[in-house]
Design a protein around this ligand. Sequence first.
Ligand code: GUN
Ligand code: ZN
Length: 436
Amino acid sequence: MSDNKQYAWRTQLIYFINDPVTHPHDCVRHHTDGLLIVQNGQIVAAGDYHQTQHLLHHDALLQLLPNNIIMPGLIDTHIHYPQTDIIASPAEGLLPWLETYTFPAESRFSDPELAAEVSKVFLDELLRNGTTTASVYGSVHVSSVDALFNESHARNLRMIAGKVMMDRNCPEYLQDTAESGARDSEALIQRWHGKGRQSYALTPRFAPTSTPEQLGACGELAKHYPDVYLQTHVAENKDEIAWVSELFPNNRSYLDVYDSYGLLRPRSIYGHSIWLDETDRLRMHDTGSVAAHCPTSNLFLASGLFDFQSMQDNQVMHTLATDVGGGTSFSMLRTMNEAHKVARLKGYHLSALSMFYLATLGAARALELDTQIGNLESGKEADFIILDPACTPLMERRMQGVNSLEELLFLFAILGDDRAIKATYSAGVCVHQRNA
Ligand code: GUN
Ligand code: ZN
């Protein structure tokens, strides 16, 4: 949208300005009769209709959506695009699942044509589910990441992605080397990091598939490129943890392996982070590292239950993520549903306000993207979704009994999926329309 024209929506607006846990009385902006004004892909204003309408240009294109809700685009902080075609594959836990389905599926991404095709399908699926930003694992192949970034850049989406590094303990046809993994990652950084809305993430798959040399080379890159992201897996599954302690006998814990190579830092995203102890969590807090909770994956692979209370007690930044294809849905709403249940099983009540915060402003803050995305404040990139409270007969009926914002959002979190996303906008442009 570079035509300078204003686009505006008169509808209900919901967005966060603070964490509901730390700021329970000043966390959310809710305008039941709101006005969102967008120009040149950015938000001009979002507020109460009657207080904001004076900012409307006389030739603004105004849409009236009295029965819908606009909120910021959802952010998925951990997902694997080469696993799109193996979602919902049966296996007895993480390591058999990787061996039986994941590695063979990822080997196919040496083919740039397949990578280009799946990139389109993958981004379509994110947008259908209202996800406008994600932190994405490619395969080990450089061309897989080029394919994803090419497609994302063409659509002007804000995405983070990286080439998986793995130089041992996986099929030989999927291995790089410490040297080639670092060289290829650096070339991708130069090609893509900061190009339009694309950002690069160094992506060592997990400690078992990297030699100490590879983790060392990754640490060097992380130091050299402090504003590049870093993503990996940690403390997901008991068998995996036992394997790590055999491979790295001198480290105190799984997380300590990454720590010893300088991989704990701001903009580092640790998928799962289930089986951590207090010392680990304090290190995550002190280093500004982020835990990405992947509830559908953790239940599907029976990995374990994320501990919200401990994360909060130790002030570790945490976010929600799908982890497709270990995760069983692209939908951040369905992810909230499972996150709520995981929390309940740990005796913690995860509110709907918290879940929507974590999937929007909370994730944007964790990724240091909150000056660009995460809510509807003026000057932010206009990444937003239109929600439909009447998306199914049951939802429409159940909505009649809603008495608070918490109850309203809770219905979307527990009953919602892609059907609740009526439209998705990226930088002010409609990139998904349900039933289109
Ligand atoms: N650990 C290492 N690789 C993976 C992966 O692809 N998915 C999940 N869930 N865990 C992993
Ligand atoms: Zn994962």
